[in-house]
Design a protein around this ligand. Structure first.
Ligand code: BGC
Length: 767
């Protein structure tokens, strides 16, 4: 019986490995193709397999007596030679346990490229790194708000600037490839990586994600100041049913097409050069063996020409975790034949074993030479587009703006446009300067709470690497008001207990005493920095101890402003009604506290808007574009869509009035473009940046239509007492949905176009 099972699984693997492979052509005649083909023709099987192998820097670094990477980080020549000369490894990633200085990078990158520079190897190494909110692994780099905060700016220009600066500083570190942006759909608020996403809406993600890619790459041939982007994590990683990192997701085809794929498709259209594959499984198929999605959809249908890299150890995990491959050898063949071009193996001795197994798989025909050449051609294409063949080592002196005041200002600007005002009652904000302010709460007094994970270390909790000169919330208030006008008592602290975040009180008597002395309390709540598995949580509700700090302040009838420094929207419903002010700061980066203070004192107007639906109850998790039929019972808490705050919500200090929503035609066909115009007036004495949001909904459709979907947005400055007019253009794709016939369709009928509280009906009659 056992034998039979082995036989049938072997057959299945053979079938899978023989499945038709979408390859990029070897017969094309462009100069680029000719050069690539000539290079490939000179390579042995071993050299080609080496190109598909990615190892971590630790593998080739000198270590101390305990096996830890020594500091400063120095390359171990024997280990390097084994990797590069013996196994022909084509890619290295990331750093060891901590951030490196520019000086260290100046030693590491030339050492890694030495064999190529001296003609011992034919192909340079491509170094990849997670520079996800700035170059978080280089000392002194400019750290921006995390992606969720960037999304809250609703300003693609800022996203592009973030991309440009991050690319510049990545290159300044000698690195040409960034594992960013995350384009995953943020619709599982429990997920630890919600902060790495651009929110819950496919259109917002597509616009902001593509802008980041434009900034990173500066086109499809990144010069020495730009890097290759990496779309992550293709696709469905963010939707784990359990909410736990890397666990299975079940995504109906309709949602896959309408919600999950569009941001990746847009990124491919913007020329993204690489993609990283989803570590989890969707509909029972691990991301790394999903031939349909990787080879047919991404490379075939969309024409993606770059290469696909696995996520961490994910070839191996097909065997050890997913249990879809009975052996490591099967796993490697399956993943590679599904279309993953490079394996982040990434440790030793696993990488040597990977290379040996893969060479054997090619020699025994389990992997065809055509498929191997295709993967290598894609990898060489990206190396060539990055100029690595000509400039494997950068001129490190060419980056004088690294960590400059100009770049820091750009990060501050992003934070200013990101931080979102959710509640402002009783005239609490803007704050006046002549009040005694108590700064309190677990996230008030350390930079790590502004930056989150992927900051100097993977989890971002080590305070030793905090950037000197950057301010915590407490310090920013003290700078603004003078220490004598600020009180401080933390009240509680966050800690990790058996892998899960917990809160405990810290000197409550002191907190209660300081409350008595304060006119206003700025209470900073939130989360411990964490990502991936370590960021899993047991409940979306913010810990009771944190909420208790607010309640203690309410008991003393204090004016309270809650500042949230959190990666995902944690439920705080019981402390919302009595708060005078609530501000969502997300993870605003190194300059986030300065931005917060400027906004809270009215030096700058708020303009951030929520990039996700903020839940009110953990039993009522729905999204803004839910089908209308979700709202069967609209009365109060019975409604199945009952958020604390809506997607797109955010207050400012201005009074904005929308009027004159007009459409160019009330009846349109699939050939037409409709112009939608609206007037927006800033009726206040303070200038503002308003995000004009246009939504469309289908009044009746053959499948339950969504209540509304975001189709366009535009953020614009509106000076005090000024009226502006904005026109958007819609076409047939804005009225389509993925129908039961398995295609995007636009049905005849009535649609509602809405902007703010105005709406217009239009009718579609196809020609
Ligand atoms: C993460 C990726 C990351 C990679 C390399 C993985 O664990 O899922 O997002 O790019 O590690 O650090």
């Amino acid at each position: 019986m056992k034998k039979l099972i082995y036989l049938s699984s072997g057959l299945l693997l053979l079938l899978l490995s023989c499945k038709s492979v979408q390859t990029i052509s070897s017969s094309s005649n462009t100069n680029e193709d000719k050069t690539l083909n000539a290079r490939i023709a000179q390579m042995s099987i071993e050299e080609k397999i080496g190109q598909t192998c990615q190892i971590t820097l630790d593998v080739i670094s000198q270590t101390d007596a305990n096996g830890a990477v020594s500091a400063p980080c120095v390359i171990d020549t024997a280990k390097l030679n084994e990797a590069i000369l013996k196994y022909h490894v084509g890619s290295v990633l990331n750093v060891g346990a901590h951030t490196l200085s520019l000086e260290e990078w100046k030693g590491i990158i030339p050492a890694i490229q030495h064999s190529y520079v001296t003609g011992k190897t034919k192909v340079p190494v491509i170094y990849g790194i997670d520079a996800i909110h700035g170059v978080n692994y280089t000392v002194g780099a400019t750290l921006f708000p995390q992606e969720i905060g960037l999304a809250a700016t609703w300003n693609p220009e800022l996203a592009k600037t973030f991309g440009e600066i991050t690319a510049y500083e990545t290159r300044a570190s000698g690195i040409p490839w960034n594992f960013s942006p995350v384009l995953d759909l943020g619709r599982q608020p429990l997920w630890s990586r919600t902060f790495e996403t651009l929110g819950e809406d496919p259109y917002l993600i597509s616009q902001m994600g593509s802008a980041i890619i434009d900034g990173y790459q500066g086109g499809t041939n990144p010069d020495e100041y730009h890097v290759a982007a990496c779309m992550k994590h293709f696709v469905g990683y963010s939707a784990a049913n359990s909410g736990r990192d890397r666990t299975p997701a079940w995504i109906p085809e309709k949602y896959m097409k309408e919600l999950f794929l569009p941001s990746f498709k847009a990124a491919v259209e913007h020329g993204a050069l690489t993609v990283m594959i989803n570590s989890g499984a969707v509909n029972g198929v691990p991301g790394h063996i999903n031939h349909h999605l990787i080879t047919e959809t991404l490379k075939g249908e969309w024409g993606f020409k770059g290469f696909a890299v696995s996520d961490w150890e994910d070839f191996i995990m097909l065997h050890t975790v997913h249990s879809t491959s009975p052996s490591l050898a099967d796993a490697y063949v399956q993943a590679f034949n599904a279309g993953v071009d490079m394996s982040m193996v990434p440790l030793s001795p696993q990488y040597q074993e990977y290379c040996n197994i893969m060479v054997n798989a090619v020699k025994t025909g389990k992997i065809s030479m055509e498929r191997l050449d295709d993967a290598v051609r894609r990898i060489l294409l990206v190396k060539s587009r990055l100029g690595l063949f000509e400039r494997p080592v950068p001129t490190f002196e060419n980056y004088p703006k690294f960590g400059s005041a100009e770049f820091q200002q750009a990060s501050l600007n992003s934070a200013l446009e990101s931080i979102t005002l959710l509640k402002n009652e009783n005239g609490i904000l803007p704050l006046s300067k002549n009040q005694k302010v108590l700064i309190a709460g677990p996230t008030s007094n350390n930079l790590i709470y502004l930056n989150g994970a992927w900051t100097h270390t993977w989890q971002g909790v080590d305070t030793a690497y905090n950037t000197s000169g950057c301010l915590t919330v407490r310090e920013a208030f003290e700078k603004k008001l003078g220490k004598e006008n600020c009180l401080f008592s933390q009240g509680a602290e966050l800690y990790s207990n058996e892998g899960f975040e917990k809160t405990r009180f810290v000197n409550l008597p002191d907190y209660k005493e300081k409350l008595k002395q304060a006119d206003v309390v700025v209470l900073c709540l939130g989360e411990l920095p964490a990502t991936e598995k370590p960021g899993d949580i047991l409940s979306l509700n913010l810990d009771i101890e944190q909420r208790e700090l607010a309640k203690l302040a309410y008991e003393q009838n204090k004016k309270v402003i809650i500042v949230l420094l959190e990666g995902r929207p944690r439920i705080i419903h019981d402390i919302v009604p009595q708060a005078d002010g609530i501000i969502q700061a997300y993870l605003p980066g190194n300059y986030g506290a300065e931005a917060l203070v400027q906004l809270m004192f009215g030096d700058v107007n708020f303009s951030g808007k929520l990039p996700y639906t903020y839940p009110k109850f953990d039993g009522v998790i729905e999204f803004y574009d839910h089908p209308k039929s979700v709202d069967r019972s609209k009365s109060g808490d019975f409604s199945a869509y009952n958020p604390e705050w809506d997607f797109g919500y955010g207050l400012s200090y201005s009074n904005i009035r929308y009027s004159d929503l007009t459409v160019s035609q009330e009846i349109f066909s699939d050939k037409d473009s409709i112009a939608v115009s609206v007037r927006v007036k800033n009726e206040s004495a303070i200038s503002c940046k308003e995000v004009i949001q246009l939504y469309v909904s289908d009044d009746y459709a053959s499948m339950i239509p969504s209540g509304k979907s975001l189709k366009r947005f535009y953020k614009m400055e509106i000076p005090a007492f000024t009226e502006v007019k904005k026109t958007f253009y819609l076409n047939k794709t804005d009225f389509q949905f993925f129908g039961s016939n398995g295609a995007f369709i636009m049905e005849d009928g009535v649609f509602t176009i809405s902007i703010a509280d105005l709406s217009r009906k239009v009718s579609c009659k196809k020609k």
